[in-house]
Design a protein. Sequence first.
Length: 217
Amino acid sequence: MAISAPERQYLLSQVGRLADSDLLRLWRAAELSDVDFFAFVVDGFPDLVDPYHQAAAMLAANWFEESLPASTYVARVIDPLPVEKLASSARWALGGDGEQGLARLQGTLQRAVFDGARDTTLLNVQATGSGWARYASATACEFCRMLATRGSAYRSRDTAATKVHDHCSCIPVEDRDNSYEPPDYVAKWQDEYIAARTAAGSGDTKEILAAWRQLGV
């Protein structure tokens, strides 16, 4: 049975919660350690992220196969994130002091977990020539709402629709048989987008988003 987009999002959030618990343990261990705090966290962060990133990737591969049971296609799993990329992200996060540094690191971690699923889905979409849609929850920001209004019209990994931000829970959902139906609230977002574009008097994305925020909807 295919797993729905909200269920996928929930399961990934649970993987993220487990990862966050491990991050808090790493943070506390660094505080209690005699070694340099910065080096302790930066060195430990890639090893912490990897199993959760790969767990999310495996989930997405399974979901892709389940989305079209009649197919014999075997979904691929995205490669692990490069150690240096994760270490660099940790160094950036720790540029903030105290709680800010931890919050940045938590955002980076959550993004890495979800990226395991996102990148795996997009890898297999590309391999099979499938369309895909951006699924955003009802509480999504204006940027995510805008990208979710196009349904399963996306065909490439190289599109603005793949852009995410820290703490973003949007996910790509493959549409292998042209059956994707967006949530009911997306129709309201489409109306909001039209109103924002009219108010902006421009097709520029930044101006449309600014007008959308001004509308307060």
